[in-house]
Design a protein around this ligand. Structure first.
Ligand code: ADP
Ligand code: MG
Length: 548
């Protein structure tokens, strides 16, 4: 079919752009099959979509690249990155992700060891005429060259094996955390700071490598790296203190990302956080739909019932209260909190303020009064960055001080400074049932999912602001979230059951089918999201209705 495709393209030279449509379908190149899935109607439309299927014997992947499943996922990711590299300067595009290894639609290896790569291509035109010569170069030269680049016999097996080893180690490390009573682990030698606020690449040269304080150092045996040591962040309440610019937020950001696996050389390969960890922040202006925030908020001046709280425009403190309640509802059992992005009045209230504003005039129960009951009664751990107030000394199980990017265990010293404190009680927020009809992905008769940068998910006719979801790390995940919301609604997962159970069902689908379970004929690129971000996006959907 290579000859047939070449011939077909040559006949199209100079024809009107619409003739490209005739390329749709399968083209058997012998050692792989090209499927033209969707053809753009004009040169300015979103890129056309193609898939390449490389049979197992051609891909030539050895057993250790395919088993166990985590290695297969890692190998697929690595091959997508190799494909991306081989396409430098081409019009063919493959979504190869960033520093995290996240299952994505761009590359999948099936049980037989066959590899499917999905790409976009801007079919070339001169005005509205077909530029067939360029198209021929892309599809008949660059594409086969890309296929060559991902065959095991052609790639560097050492690098590919190390990639899978790295991911397998991270996953093993994360799996060990619960058994060790830890919520996170940061290996000695890890490089946490990034190159800049807009680059996720590791800081070079100047970075101070991580080194755990002796008293909190834990050793873990991993399948490939062997025995590694590092900071074990215990369950309970861990406070991170230190002067401004000493690396507190950088450490917390690394923990946020530790729910994902990282590529070799990232510096965070051996930073792992429990999968149920969710970053909590204030988010002024967000919508809230019937969330029970009564643990944190009571007796609002409006007289609103805070067990069933709705607003189109939350304040800093009520938004943060809703974020905590909803994260709990979605199954978060590790909270990551940074003073830089919290509402102070929801975090602390000192004695002078209590003396001045007391009783019913203060509707807020600060987090500090709930953080211990959250752990004691509900198994929710908290890692909190707080450099501006010592109040949390009273409730912290461990206090880690960062000094010149080095962590020190200052728990004993902080305890000497601590005072007695009476806790409030944390009642789990009431479970909510979502009206599936309010989660509608259609616009003008058909499903519409789009994203704008890392900021907005367009779901049907509604825009969802996802900027506050810092654990949404990959553009593809934003589409993945939209696809998951669609699945929840269309497959009846939301019907007659609490949202938390619907998310359990979603998790099961994703565990069985992986990213492919989300596809639903979506033509573009997407990556696998976590249940927590799916729930968070759902909660920010302005059309969401809760039943009951
Ligand atoms: P804090 O939250 O304590 O104010 P940040 O975490 O924001 O501090 O870090 C302040 C600056 O220090 C940032 O520019 C960050 O990139 C840099 N930084 C953080 N950790 C390290 C490190 N281990 N080595 C070198 N620079 C670091
Ligand atoms: Mg900070």
């Amino acid at each position: 079919d290579l000859a047939r495709l070449t011939e077909e393209l040559r006949r199209m030279e100079g024809a009107s752009y619409g003739r490209y449509k005739s390329l749709a379908g399968d083209w058997d190149f012998g050692h792989f099959v090209l499927t033209v899935e969707r053809v753009q109607s004009d040169p300015f439309a979103p890129p056309s979509r193609i898939a390449v299927r490389i049979p197992g014997p051609v891909a030539g992947l050895p057993v250790h690249a395919l088993h166990p499943a985590v290695r297969r996922r890692a190998t697929a990711d690595h091959l997508v990155r190799l494909a991306h590299r081989s396409l430098k300067g081409a019009r063919l595009r493959i979504d190869s992700g960033g520093q995290e290894v996240i299952e994505r639609s761009a590359g999948r290896i099936d049980d037989s060891g066959a590899m499917v790569l999905r790409l976009g291509i801007e079919l070339p035109g001169r005005g509205r005429r077909i530029d067939a010569r360029t198209a021929e170069r892309e599809l008949c030269d660059r594409l086969p060259a890309m296929v060559e680049a991902v065959r095991w016999s052609e790639l560097d097996p050492g690098t590919a094996t190390a990639f899978a080893d790295t991911v397998e180690d991270t996953v093993a490390l994360r799996d060990r955390l619960a058994g060790l009573g830890l919520v996170a682990f940061v290996a000695d030698g890890a490089v946490l700071p990034r190159r800049s606020g807009v680059s996720d690449l590791p800081m070079d040269g100047a970075a101070v490598a991580f080194r755990a304080p002796d008293s909190l150092r834990v050793a873990v045996d991993l399948p490939h790296a062997g025995r590694v040591t590092g900071l074990g962040v215990p369950e309970g309440i861990t406070l991170i203190v230190g002067g401004g610019f000493h690396g507190k937020s950088t450490l917390l950001h690394a923990l946020e990302r530790g729910v994902y696996d990282h590529i070799p050389g990232d510096g965070r390969e051996l930073v792992a956080t429990r999968p149920d960890a969710v970053k909590i922040r204030a988010e002024e202006g967000r919508r809230v739909e019937r969330t029970d925030v009564s643990a944190f908020v009571r007796n609002l001046p409006t007289g609103a019932d805070t067990t069933d709280f709705s607003t189109e425009n939350a304040s800093g403190s009520t938004s943060q209260a809703a974020n905590i309640a909803e994260a709990f509802e979605a199954g978060a059992r590790t909270l990551l909190v940074d003073e830089d992005t919290t509402a102070t009045n929801l975090m602390i209230r000192d004695s002078r303020m209590q003396a001045l504003v007391h009783g019913d005039r203060e509707p807020l129960t600060p987090f500090i009064d709930l953080v211990r009951p959250l752990h004691r009664d509900h198994g929710v751990s908290t890692v909190l960055v707080m450099g501006g107030s010592g109040d949390y000394f009273d409730v912290a199980d461990h206090v880690v001080m960062l000094d010149g990017y080095r962590p020190y265990d200052v728990t004993d010293r902080a305890r000497e400074l601590a005072a007695e404190r009476r806790d409030a009680a944390f009642a789990p927020p009431a479970q909510r049932i979502v009206d599936p009809a309010s989660v509608d992905p259609t616009a003008r008769g058909r499903a519409r999912l789009k994203r704008r940068d890392m900021d907005v998910l367009t779901f049907g006719e509604t825009d969802i602001d996802v900027r506050a979801l810092s654990q949404l790390v990959d553009p593809g995940q934003i589409i993945g979230v939209g696809l998951a919301m669609r699945l929840l609604a269309e497959d009846g997962l939301l019907d007659d059951r609490p949202l938390s159970e619907a998310l359990d069902l979603l998790d099961r689908r994703l565990a069985d089918g992986g990213a492919a379970a989300l596809g639903r004929g979506y033509a573009g690129d997407y990556a696998l999201p976590r249940r927590h971000e799916v729930a968070a996006a759902l909660n920010r959907l302005r059309t969401l209705r809760v039943l009951g």
